[in-house]
Design a protein around this ligand. Structure first.
Ligand code: FAD
Length: 377
């Protein structure tokens, strides 16, 4: 079987590796002349590091993160601290370029064809920007938010979220700024939030998500005021509800091509990695695309919903809603993220997010959720 993967991003390269490990042959087409070496950081939760490490990806250079803290915007008061050390594999952070390089190093070099921009897929035939065509038995569209390879499957455009992300990598030691070398810190405030974490010794990654133009941080925790004086790269944030279909004919979608998410719970790449690992499990079966979609759809929808709700719940103005959220955060049980981070692929469908009992009905479920073990999902 000839398999093509369009897009050498996190999802596409993980799919190439996972298929290779199952002795399936594939080729990856990437539009750029080189694999991008992006310096901004990425958080890899245990549900992402677990399949990556199982596939043999070297994450040694990544920073192990033991805790995530949510803090109040005004004074940095701790709202909740999540223990991330309770899972089989570590929560890690690193520069995105380093992750891409580690994925690349794990697959044969000749498997990736750079400077191959896909402009259309028809049946199993991929047409490239230079006019050439190639036929494949299966085409995996891993070409991100504005998928071209998956255009026959996804028809809705990405939705602007009303938020932009400002990103910077600062030459700062996490221990000096965050009080520890191994934590992700999120400040929640009205209309904006700020996330900081180390990605290497002496390098701090900063992401500010805001609905308000400019970055007025007057009145915020002095640490945030200092950090946000830096210069930033800005991008608009989009998402799209998971596509009604993830496959058609010889084409299947994974990662952002199928379900681009907002970054509030740092799961877009993690879900692309989970997709890639799950797809490889079914590869070779006559119904591998439907089996893959059936295995993934509910979980992806839950993660998407939670990511989207972050627009509202991360940015509540001070008042009763914010107070209810903060009370719920303060009483979140230690295992409240197990459904998301914890179990290996095959057990995941037994775990579901659950509303925190103290969260009022008018607030969407987010941040705080428990675990329900359902033997008959
Ligand atoms: P992409 O990363 O978009 O890769 C697509 C690849 O396809 C690219 O290499 C591209 O060049 C190539 N391509 C595109 N079109 C073509 C074409 N026509 N022909 C050939 N090649 C093509 N997720 C996390 O899990 N953790 C985080 O901490 C996190 N932080 C984030 C912070 C921000 C500010 C944002 C915006 C997102 C964040 N995400 C995070 C989400 C994550 O970046 C994406 O979900 C993830 O990169 C999706 O991977 P992908 O492989 O599906 O697509």
């Amino acid at each position: 079987m000839r398999i093509a993967i369009v897009g050498a991003g996190i999802g596409g390269l993980t799919a190439a590796l996972a298929l290779t490990r199952r002795d399936m042959k594939c080729v990856v087409f990437e539009r750029h002349p080189t694999i991008p070496d992006e310096g901004f950081g990425i958080q890899l939760s245990p549900n992402a590091t677990s399949p990556l490490l199982d596939l043999g990806v070297r994450l040694d250079a990544a920073v192990p993160i033991t805790h995530r803290e949510l803090r109040r915007w005004q004074d940095g008061k701790l709202l909740t601290r999540t223990d991330l050390d309770r899972y089989r594999t570590s929560y890690k952070t690193m520069p995105r370029g380093a992750l891409i390089a580690a994925l690349h190093a794990a697959i044969p070099k000749e498997m990736v064809r750079t400077e191959h921009r896909c402009v259309a897929v028809n049946g199993g035939t991929i047409r490239f920007a230079d006019g050439s065509t190639q036929f494949f038995d299966a085409v995996i569209a891993a070409d991100g938010l504005r998928t071209t390879a998956g255009a026959a499957v996804v028809t809705d455009p990405p939705m602007p979220s009303g938020f932009v992300a400002h990103r910077a990598v600062l030459p700062l030691d996490a221990i000096d700024v965050l009080g520890a070398p191994d934590r992700v810190v999120v400040w929640l405030g009205p209309s904006r939030s700020c996330v900081a974490y180390p990605i290497a010794p002496g390098l701090l990654n900063l992401v500010v998500v805001t609905a308000v133009p400019g970055m007025p941080f007057t009145g915020w925790d002095p640490t945030v005021q200092t950090l946000t004086k830096s210069s930033f790269a800005t991008r608009t944030l989009y998402d799209r509800p998971p596509s009604p279909a993830w496959h058609r004919g010889r084409t299947v979608l994974i990662g952002d091509a199928a379900h681009p998410m907002l970054p509030f719970i740092a799961q877009g790449a993690a879900q692309a990695i989970e997709d890639a690992a799950e797809l490889a499990v079914h590869a070779g079966h006559p119904d591998w695309f439907p089996r893959f979609e059936a295995a993934r759809r509910d979980r992806v929808q839950q993660v998407y919903d939670l990511s989207r709700a972050g627009r509202h719940v991360h940015h509540l103005p001070d008042g009763p809603g914010q107070q209810a959220r903060d009370r719920a955060l303060a009483t979140a049980p230690p295992g409240s993220h197990d459904w998301l981070y914890g179990p290996p692929l095959e057990e995941r469908h037994h775990l579901h997010p659950r509303r925190h009992p103290e969260l009022p009905e008018d607030l969407p479920q987010v941040i705080v959720h428990g675990v329900r073990r359902d033997p008959h999902p």
